[in-house]
Ligand binder design. Sequence first.
Ligand SMILES: [Zn+2]
Length: 166
Amino acid sequence: MLRIKYENMFINVEETIIEEIRARRQVNYQDKESGGMVIGSIVINSNEIEIKDYTIPQIGDHQSRYRFIRKKKTHNAILQKKWMDSNGTVMYMGEWHTHPENDPHYSQQDIRNWRKLLKKSYTFTDYLIFIIGGIDSYKIWVGNRLNGEIVNIYKGAYDEISSNSN
Ligand SMILES: [Zn+2]
């Protein structure tokens, strides 16, 4: 578990999502962007968020070398099922996607999209998590829905994950 401090709270990210991103990173020239939802829960009576699930690319999503656009309907249906299976404890918590660069940076399109999600997402959390998986490293941002701020909170290398979980 990655445990990241942000202001007066902790954001805990299970390694499974990082492993998934690693498996889908764009190492070869023909590899396309992948992405999906980040799913998790707010720990009751604490200042903690847990990211423990995600969706992966589905049929109908747009995947090209520099673009990933997920179809709302299919991912929402998966989220709905996970929500029911968890007795309503997990919810939408943000987005992940890959980039064909070693050290990932968000694009202007990404930041516009994230700002829109902060305003419009139907979920109970005040914070959304955005992950971009590059080739060598990945980065995690948190978006604050109360003030619209988006902050990079973590940068990690994939090999740190494998050495931790072994
Ligand atoms: Zn992007």
